[in-house]
Design a protein around this ligand. Sequence first.
Ligand code: 4AD
Ligand code: MG
Length: 435
Amino acid sequence: MEYQHASEMKDYEGKEVSVRGWIYRKRESGGIIFIILRDSSGTIQISIKKDSVSPETWSDAEKSTIESSIEAFGTLKKDSRSPTGYEITGKSMKLVSLSEPFPITEYQSTELLLDNRHLWLRSRKMTEIMKVRSHIFRYTREMLDKQGFYEITPPIITASGGETGADMFELDYYGKKAYLTESSQLYSESMIYSLEKVYSFVPSFRAEKSRTIKHLAEYWHLEPEMAYYDLGMNMELQENLVSYIAQHVVDNDEESLKELGIDKEVLKIVKPPFKRVTYEKALEILNDKGKDLKWGDDFGVEEERLLTEDEDKPIFITYWPKELKPFYMPVNPKDERTVLCADMQAPHGNGEIIGASQRIYKYDELMERFGQVEKAKGVKFNMDNYKWYIDLARYGSVPHAGFGMGMERVIKWMMGLDHIRDAIPYPRMMNRNYP
Ligand code: 4AD
Ligand code: MG
């Protein structure tokens, strides 16, 4: 038996079709049952007329409830009265599995929807987001693969504590402490010495204590690392990647954008070059807008919003104070107060989507930076944990650079979502790890 999808109906006018899926809407009127069937591609209306079908079909149609799974067979006609533009005049219908009363109805609280996430994933909105998410993952790999990158697979369980300063989830590893990785960067770096251009694409874990609309405890983290790249080449790669993703969404995901109410022009303009603004200049802009910030202050949600509220494309904030950044970032030879790094901010206050830098590759410089960070942050690194990483600078290191992009941040921005939780099927947040 061959089945057609709802999206294929235009090719089947006047012909017989078989469809299968789930009941999205149902009503009865004058001996006819109207069913709107949902499948992965969209929706299609089916009419079942009591006089024209077998008693078994009629009984199944009458019995079936919202979200029941069914199969139907009939003739397709164009019908402007049908909300789906076409209608199948049903010849037969079979109930595959009867649904109990569905716990989600029209208007529901966010909490109820999150408790029933496994069922809410069937909603039109989540369906379209998940399609675009899948495509964005594909475009990301596609773009990097075309440029000669190798995808590598780093460990998720690590012995060492943080490198970015984020809080980590601790676990018991055969009686010893271990952690869920907060970044695969150091492992990505270790593999450029054989493969030159690599990326890891796995989850990172952050035991964030803040509940915000852009923080997840588990998020998908793309971390490319490139031998012989400097900061400028690194930024060019990033703007090309982000624009590759945006343009492919515009070209291939038109239906999903429509369903989500996204104006594709908003993404069409996301093309290089992206503006470069130094941290110093950003401070000035913020202070002109009424803030009272001084050198060394970090930016929060409000600062990010003020910096990008009038931007239509992402911008880079470059050359941050060295006190604010990790040990692997080299000091800027042109301004020793700063390091060779850049963060990419999505437009309209959507927040940081990429963190990037050149990497220190000289042993002495690396050891000096470890010391600087210890002093600036008042921390003590357990150097036993970093021995392997320091080795990389001892055995034929080369200049290199890399970045980390949070996939759900990108999806949240591009799909115009209110909250990052809808960019991932099963969000892990401070107060939630079920279902
Ligand atoms: O800025 P971060 O902490 O940088 C790093 O982890 C570097 N090791 C990356 C690298 O150079 N390889 O994180 C990178 C990105 C952020 O820009 C943001 O997009 C995302 O990861 N991110 C989060 N996304 C969702 N929820 C969270 N709690 C996130 N924390 C960071
Ligand atoms: Mg960052």
